[in-house]
Design a protein around this ligand. Structure first.
Ligand code: NAD
Length: 340
């Protein structure tokens, strides 16, 4: 599998603050559409190389996500390397100072491992932060919910849906699906979260076995790379639509889903609700919910093109996102008179 290429990035930096013990990676991919916007992930990595690779893959995905969502932002992501201990105020402040030094090239919001309170602490050092009003997770869940309905071409009532990962997005999605009358199968590493979902009537499953549940829809809402070629060959769901970034471990997995007639909602198309909400908050724009509801029609267009061309949905989404970036680049490059 070909990973992200250094030469395609605007900036990649690994920074260390000895005083607070903070180490972080900043990956700014493509700034054609505007400043890079994307979450801060705080996670344990086996090595610095793993953290850099993760930040690069996530940043590349953000370029496509923001372009497809019609946001005036490029793609970026940052990663804080967790040492297993709670993040300290001093570390969050050091992170904020680094963000400020980037001078607005990158606008950061919450991702896995970061809370609104954490981002408020970061905000004390810089204005290049969003997602302060509320955690974007429930907005992402709303977008995934409308995306699932688009993939099913109807309501979720009475359908069986498996959700892997019950964090900020997964739990909000479970609540929406439960309220809409879906039957749920859930899994998380955290027993307390599983119990919250089973209290709503959800069945529990193992964290890996949930992927192969006998369901209509699989919603991966934990970490990425869960749809491997092997998993894709054995999935029983008819639809894969969830919030996790980089769900396909490699493009081949998307091709296998397509060959098997399983409808895959490209991750960055269906999980854009949070960045739309956070982006609108940053820009001071109103109307974020209407834009998030647009995820449904965008997916419907991708599914229709897939049917018409016989291409997998992830290929079509990539083409649409790259076309949006290329159109802006050629618009910017054109002489003023030609574009007036
Ligand atoms: P979170 O940290 O709040 O929750 C993640 C949950 O997944 C945790 O409860 C964790 O215990 C669980 N988990 C981890 N590994 C697991 C496994 N193998 N099996 C089952 N559960 C597992 O994160 P979140 O904000 O809910 O984000 C979830 C996913 O959606 C991430 O991939 C994130 O990048 C993506 N995403 C989030 C947003 C957002 O608005 N928060 C937006 C777009 C994409």
């Amino acid at each position: 599998m070909s990973g992200p290429r250094m030469q395609d990035f605007h900036r990649i930096e690994v920074r260390t603050d000895r005083a607070s013990g903070l180490k972080a990676v900043f990956a700014l991919h493509n700034l054609t559409l505007g400043p890079a916007a994307g979450g801060v992930r705080r996670w344990h990595y086996d090595s610095e190389d793993d953290a850099v690779t993760d930040a690069m893959r996530l940043a590349e995905g953000m370029t496509c996500k923001n372009a497809l969502a019609g946001l005036p932002f490029g793609g970026g992501k940052s990663v804080i390397l967790s040492d297993g201990k709670p993040v300290t105020r001093a570390q969050l402040r050091a992170f904020g100072r680094w963000l400020d030094q980037l001078g607005g090239e990158y606008v950061a919001a919450e991702d896995v491992g970061m809370t609104v309170e954490h981002m408020k602490e970061v905000r004390r050092e810089t204005t290049f932060v969003t997602g302060i009003g509320a955690h974007p997770g429930p907005k992402t869940a709303h977008g995934v919910f409308v995306g699932i309905e688009a993939a099913l071409e109807g309501k979720v009532t009475g359908t069986r849906i498996a959700v892997q990962g019950l964090g900020a997005v997964g739990m909000a999605l479970v609540e929406l699906l439960h309220a809409a009358g879906a039957q749920l199968v859930v899994a998380d590493l955290d027993e307390a979260k599983v119990q919250r979902a089973t209290a709503l009537g959800a069945e529990r499953a193992g964290t890996e076995e949930v992927l192969l549940s006998d369901v209509d829809v699989l919603a991966p809402c934990a970490l990425g790379a869960v749809i491997t070629p092997e998993t894709a060959r054995h999935l029983r769901a008819k639809v894969v639509a969830g919030s996790a970034n980089n769900q396909l471990s490699e493009p081949l997995a998307g091709h296998i889903l397509h060959q098997r007639g399983i409808r895959y909602a490209p991750d960055y198309a269906v999980n854009a609700g949070g960045i739309i909400h956070a982006g609108y908050e940053y820009l001071g724009w109103s109307g974020a919910m209407a834009q998030i509801d647009g995820i449904g029609p965008r997916l419907t267009a991708i599914f229709a093109e897939s049917k018409a061309t016989g291409e997998p949905t992830h290929v079509i989404a990539d083409r649409m996102a790259h076309a949006a970036v290329a159109a802006r680049r050629s618009h910017d490059a054109a002489p003023a008179a030609a574009v007036a």
